[in-house]
Design a protein. Sequence first.
Length: 456
Amino acid sequence: MAEVFLAQVSGIEGFEKQVVLKRMLPRFARHQGFVQMFLDEARLAASLHHPNICQVFDIGAQVGNYYFAMEYVHGKDVRQVFRRVHDRLIPFGAAIAIGIGACQGLHYAHCKSDSHGNPLGIVHRDVSPANLLVTYDGCVKLVDFGVAKLTASNRATRVQAIKGKVAYMSPEQCRGKPLDRRSDIFSLGIVLWEVTVGQRLFQGRTDIEIFQKIVDEDAPCPTKRRANYPRPLARIVRRCLARKADDRYDTVQDVQRDLEAFAREQRLECSSLALADLMVELFPEAATPPPMAPARRLAVGTEAPPARGVTGPQAQGSSSPVARGTSSPVAQSTSSPVAQSTSSPVAQSTSSPVAQGTSSPTPRGTHPPLRPSTPSPERAPTLPAPAPPAPTESQARARSQTKDAAADSDQSDPGQVNDKSNALTHTRSQALGPGVLAAAGAALGVALGVIAFLFW
């Protein structure tokens, strides 16, 4: 139903940000039902703000092509992790970390309310390994609310359509009955069973055969499929997989509590750091985000070549992100990993103020190279200040007498202060006497000359 592009949006002052653009295919845009599903997904995902849910930034349309921008998640989905381990098994600590991250995102969505405080009753309906992303920083992200159901929406509940991936549906979902959050708990139990056992749970030659197994058969105990499987963990998984909804956990938060308690008892390392180390170990070639490569521009209104390796079937729409303020969804195709860490065409935003730029993280266990220090430029030599002119003989004699008088006054007792002050005043008068007499004589000579001129 949609195609996914890795996109770059630029803003002022060199502001750039990598996002993911999800664009509806033109052939589906002609059907109002598909358009409404696409817009519902964008509106619903944009209202969810949680670290374990992929965020939507913006939604728009260009020449009849609907698109929305989402957060770029640098990582892999659980399905790709499952394939990369091959014959190895995912450590229990990492598997528990994936389950805890999924529980946190699901619990937030299940408890989401509208602006008036009314619960929305969100049911994801497509909890599967393809819709759980694991970043290289060890964070788990829940994506793709394209088939999510809102209990509060009248339009969404008119027809109980079967939507989601067949192998991860709950029994009531297979029967087309009304769903609540316990349906997502069953799907989460399938994911936990598979990542801890290392096998697919429900398999069959046709979808009908898989339907029958989910509805009529109990899930086998994990202890029978993997040696040394912890029994406390098996009880948690089997309770999630109970065929009757009333026999399951009431909320995913209860599942999270039991998983965390099991991890503490078994002293398992289920932190984000342990999960990040596993991701770098499994995918060392992709630990650094790829640079944005220039590409050819696609004509608006035409279908781009389908993205290779897009996470999840395109008919159900794989979650990916785009940027706020993008005024055009014009895509430029290149082979580059998408939000679900898949190879897909790259979209280049042309006239939007939104950002790209994610700096490539340094692979774990390595340090960035040290920058050589550059010598500071040499400073010009400082010239000494010119020496003051030498004092005249009369000035030197007056200064010397003044210093001697001041020294004598410091060494005298308090009773002699007045005498020393008089002596100092007399000394200053002697030093200034010759100059004053010379000035007075000059003034007297001028006066006598004026008087003589007048009488003559």
